[in-house]
Design a protein around this ligand. Sequence first.
Ligand SMILES: NC(=O)c1ccc[n+]([C@@H]2O[C@H](COP(=O)([O-])OP(=O)(O)OC[C@H]3O[C@@H](n4cnc5c(N)ncnc54)[C@H](O)[C@@H]3O)[C@@H](O)[C@H]2O)c1
Ligand SMILES: [Zn+2]
Length: 372
Amino acid sequence: MLSYHSHPMDPAGPIRIDVPTPSRTYSVTIGDGVLDGVGRVLDDLGTPERRFIVSSPLVWRLHGPQLARAVTAAEPILVPDGERFKQLATVARIYDALVRFNADRAATLVTFGGGVIGDMAGFAAATYLRGIALVHVPTTLLAQVDSAIGGKVGVNHPLGKNLIGSFYQPHAVVIDPLVLGTLPRREFRAGLYEVIKYGMTSSAALFDCVARERKAIFARSSLALTPIIADSCRIKAAVVSADEREAGPRRILNFGHTAGHAIESVTKYRRFRHGEAVGYGMLVAADLARARGALAEGDRQALADVISSLGPLPPITDLSSAQIREAMQHDKKMVAGRLHFVLPTAIGATTIVDDVTEQEIGAALKRVGFAK
Ligand SMILES: NC(=O)c1ccc[n+]([C@@H]2O[C@H](COP(=O)([O-])OP(=O)(O)OC[C@H]3O[C@@H](n4cnc5c(N)ncnc54)[C@H](O)[C@@H]3O)[C@@H](O)[C@H]2O)c1
Ligand SMILES: [Zn+2]
């Protein structure tokens, strides 16, 4: 079971969340300025002495000096971090650098960047010498609330996203909300849709907090950000602990992702940030649930309101619902030819169904705004 220790009385102290999984138990440390203590976290863990940092040129320019003061490491291994660089060729550059440094099993790899860096460098750590110690220091909101926890690592194949990868849990995750100060607003919002997802699936309190604290959250106030990051991490940690390899409970975190992935795929991953597509995906799932009588109209409206309060999503009126439906048929979440759909039943509660019809999906897509 999930256990965590938080210090609500001591806003200066970091929050620690333990993530017990069958393969490893690790801790997530969250707090202002914890970046300065990464070296200490590594020492306390007893992770191997030789430390290598993998980052991107941009993240390193913005925040590298701070991390470099905190961790004694070799020259950082800098690789590009756009989605189109999330491929084996970039992982090969990480291997090349590790070989050149003569990195052996007594090495720790620290990832320092968004989800792309974490997934790629995590995959390198999982496979170099059949696995070296891995610590994630995520720098985007999406990576802090989602990709750094749970052990999914990997890269894209030219024919599909995340087709190559593995499950490899980190030894620790260190989250400093202060690094989000430099994140472009669009990237920041993209992460917030995932926070809303956690609220919808698992916590009405978190959902209400995002709605209520929106202004402070957008101002990147760590007083407002730290609790929503921590709650998101707790939810992901609990789900991952119960289901490391996504056989059962972990599937609820796919809420909004069935239509979301389809929207990303028909627009070739160019128009939407992942979180934005998930924003639409959640609206589709909620509309479908309401049409079935599984979700109250007031709850559907509350979701639509909080999503629109974050700002406009990229337009969809030129995308046909038939196209999206077709793309949904290729979803990885098809089990024995049936599409498993996560439907909300209230704010903070979901159900998984496998009897959603094409007609229902088509109607929901149109009501959300997709073309005929
Ligand atoms: N492993 C998982 O469980 C999991 C879960 C969700 C998403 N993902 C993956 O995560 C990736 C998306 O991650 P992302 O949204 O973090 O994108 P990203 O890593 O591409 O980062 C987005 C942009 O933000 C910049 N950036 C990062 N930190 C910054 C900072 N502090 N200040 C300013 N700029 C900064 C990056 O340079 C990049 O340009 C996708 O490839 C997705 O598949 C993985
Ligand atoms: Zn997602």
